[in-house]
Design a protein around this ligand. Structure first.
Ligand SMILES: [Ca+2]
Length: 103
């Protein structure tokens, strides 16, 4: 639980994401955008990207209520193509998204 570099990310999380636990500039970060696409059936489009690490699994999930989560897409960390990008769309006016990571 310690945070040796004081960047707000625990040493355990830095170990999981293979970032430098002594460098504040080195931490796992995901970049996300949500766009509204107007049309006959308006929808929201999610884009989220992050740097993946070998032997880690990244799973995009969605929910309507924050209680029940549905798998949308699963990606595996790959040293040759480290960028992991998810794109998903929903016609629901309210949709929750998360990326679950694990070994
Ligand atoms: Ca840290």
């Amino acid at each position: 639980m310690a945070d040796s570099d004081g960047d707000g990310v625990s040493n355990g999380e830095e170990d999981f994401y293979v970032t430098n636990l002594l460098d504040k500039a080195s931490a796992f970060r995901a970049v996300q955008t949500v766009s509204v696409i107007l049309g006959a059936t308006p929808l929201q489009r999610l884009n989220v990207s992050m740097t993946g690490v070998v032997l880690r699994v990244y799973r995009l999930q969605s929910s309507d209520n924050l209680n029940t989560w549905t798998d949308v897409e699963t990606r595996f960390g790959d040293a040759f193509t480290p960028l992991i990008e998810f794109t998903a769309e929903s016609i629901d006016p309210t949709k929750f998204w998360r990326v679950q990571t694990r070994y």
